[in-house]
Design a protein around this ligand. Structure first.
Ligand SMILES: Nc1nc2c(ncn2[C@@H]2O[C@H](COP(=O)(O)OP(=O)(O)OP(=O)(O)O)[C@@H](O)[C@H]2O)c(=O)[nH]1
Length: 401
């Protein structure tokens, strides 16, 4: 078992072996229909013959992490960074919305990070934007060992791969695509978004996360479904994104050409089908941001949260409750019906603001903004809420926090 991977973490169909450690030659996956855009670095010397790892191993692997909204990408990324003390990781974090909550959650743990806000990386008009970011992260002075790109929860994996493969940066190589799947939400998300199957098929590795939220039977059901969608695709089961970083960073695609292209054929890569952004998941979603320098009233805010519209699938950010807990901001994560607050101390000099991002379908920005504005603490007692007022919030704080 390579990479010291715990055997019972791997759940591939037919006892499928985890990815083999063979060099990856990005040029081989280059879309043949777009030779004009093929970068010189990849046109350059012919791909090293199979077995010659020199060129490939000098390149910095770029790992893509995708997964539907709230599946646990940022959680996994943070775990990877905590557990990879000997590896210098450069991160590109793409959040859906102009307040990059994910970047805030990752900042401070990483060697170098570039946040991308208010857009979807998979819709980068051309590869130059990605190239610019990769150029910055692969500057030899930074001595980055691996670049990890956390896509937004609505990104289209095939478009991400295409953008990456069209990079002119000769210091990188494609490092694989990890799709994070929320074990508790997979079935219902798939009902709403059958295109998730394609995302699973595009992956080199599935991380079946949040297995603590499902029983054994449901866990097995999801594993069976994944195996049906993409037979033989390795699956790691995880809680709170705790996977062996060695597996992800050393990951390289399969050995034989058939296997190498199994999830993403040349035809898939060449087709412009998935560049029709109206078909991307995020085309159906809207994102609303809310910022307030005034503290929020915890009771009013909980009324808002408890009565949030059904179409509001994802709610995340930080809340400033002021007098109720002046030392701490409250990280908020809601995914569907799931809700959790995590109190964290304010940094020294950090502006005391509430920053929220709401993502959903059929949500009305004006109504949401108005309802949140109504939560702003007003009057002479503004910001003076005490612990009793925090009861509703504290119900959703884990004991460990
Ligand atoms: N119970 C449980 N909660 C988890 C697990 N992994 C992550 N979470 C929680 O799920 C919520 C969403 O996790 P994130 O890591 O922010 O998810 P994400 O995929 O980055 O979210 P987006 O960027 O919005 O797509 C957070 O509250 C996490 O603490 C897990 O394995 N079990």
């Amino acid at each position: 078992m390579p990479c010291g991977l715990d055997a019972d973490l791997v759940a591939g169909r037919s006892g499928a072996a985890p990815p083999k450690l063979t060099p990856c030659h990005p040029a081989r996956r280059w879309p043949r229909s777009a030779p004009g855009r093929r970068p010189d670095s990849m046109n350059g010397p012919p791909a090293p013959p199979h077995g010659d790892r020199a060129l490939a191993t000098q390149r910095i692997p770029v790992l893509l992490i995708t997964g539907f909204l709230g599946s646990g990408k940022t959680t996994m990324l943070n775990h990877l960074m905590r557990d990879s003390v000997d590896t210098r990781i450069g991160v590109i974090v793409n959040d859906f919305g102009s307040i990059n909550i994910d970047a805030m959650a990752v900042a401070g743990q990483v060697d170098s990070m570039i946040p991308i806000e208010n857009g979807c990386l998979c819709c980068a008009a051309d590869a130059s934007e990605m190239d610019e970011m990769l150029d910055r992260l692969t500057d030899p002075e930074l001595r980055i060992d691996v670049v990890v790109i956390e896509a937004s929860g609505l990104a289209e994996p095939q478009s991400m791969i295409r953008t990456l493969l069209s990079s002119g940066n000769e210091r990188i190589r494609y490092g694989g695509l990890v799709e994070v799947v929320d074990a508790a939400e997979f079935a219902s998300t798939r009902d709403r978004h059958p295109e998730l199957d394609r995302h699973v098929r595009d992956a080199d590795l599935i991380v079946l996360n949040k297995t603590d939220r499902v029983g054994e039977e449901e866990r097995q059901r999801v594993l069976d479904t994944v195996a049906e969608i993409a037979p033989g695709l390795p699956v790691l089961t995880a809680e709170h994104g705790r996977v062996d970083p060695g597996l992800l960073f050393d990951h390289e695609p399969r050995d034989t050409p058939e296997e190498r292209f199994r999830q993403l054929s040349f035809a898939d890569v060449c087709t412009d089908e998935h560049d029709d952004h109206s078909r991307h998941l995020h085309a159906a979603y809207e994102s609303v941001e809310f910022t307030s320098a005034e503290p929020l009233d915890p009771r009013r805010f909980m009324e808002f949260v408890d009565a949030r519209p059904a179409g509001l699938y994802r709610l995340k950010g930080f809340v400033h409750f002021a007098g109720a807990d002046p030392q701490r901001k409250y990280g908020l994560h809601a995914v569907g019906a799931y809700l959790r607050f995590q109190p964290v101390p304010w940094e020294r000099g950090e502006p005391r603001t509430t920053q929220l991002v709401m993502i959903g379908t059929g949500i009305d920005a004006d109504t949401l903004t108005k309802r949140l504005t109504d939560c702003v603490a007003t009057g002479p007692d503004a910001g003076e809420a005490d612990e009793r007022h925090m009861m509703g919030v504290l119900r959703y704080v884990d004991d460990a926090d």
